[in-house]
Design a protein around this ligand. Sequence first.
Ligand SMILES: [Zn+2]
Length: 292
Amino acid sequence: MSEPLTENITDHTPTTAATPADLGPAALCPHCDYDLRAAIDPVCPECGKQVDLEKIRQCRIPWVHRQKIGRLRALFATAWLFTRFPRWLPHEAQRELDYHEAVRFQRWVVTIFTVCLFVVCSLPLVPRVLDPYDPLPTTVLVAMCIQVLMLWPTLDASTSVHTYWCHPGNLPVERQNACVALAHYACGPLLWLGFTLVITVLGLIAKQIEHGLPIQIANGIVILVFGFMSVIAVITFYVTCLYLIGKAAGRGAGATWGAAILLPILWLLILVIGQGLIPWGFAYAALLVSVW
Ligand SMILES: [Zn+2]
């Protein structure tokens, strides 16, 4: 990465020279990543290309500008930004990012993903649950209901657990808050997963109705598409989390490696508790009550 451009235009004594920190958050050239925070001319001295200084000095997370550009557009643009993850993204943690605003984005993504999962899982399950000739046992029904209720908290916890590594004590409180806020945007890629799933299932249902596509083949395609997209979305999310922990929060190699090992374990643990232990614990309690 290029050396930051620092210019002392007000004082000639070296003790009061402007440092990059004095000049606010990094404003990187979109073409070559050169730090233009002290630049006056709208031409990058490194690559010679024209740059909109006003634009690169603003916060570049679309969700922050949702009042101006519209909530839906901001939601998709932010999810896309955190999917393609440009190199300048960790520098956004040097700005004053609003924690509650970031959490609101994360919860929108989680809510949309929950609804998509619920719709897709309900389609084959509802006829089975309502089948009067072969009713499901009460324990299974209780477990399924609790699983549905626990879906949102499970996903909410899974998409925010990595922020634990984003507030190292050596950073000022404002920087810690900004890092935690930035980390809440990392779940963006999950948005595509939810939509892909719904579009695939609806497309296959249409094919089934129109051309009599066998149910086994339709199920196979859904599992294949969902599996493939899940792997891509989870890997993107995982890499983004680690990149933010290392680059935005400035964690050392030890902490970043620790997060790399612990994060998948924590996700698995949250999944097992939220979708296994709690629902089946309730189901077991229901069984005991019915026997008693
Ligand atoms: Zn440049």
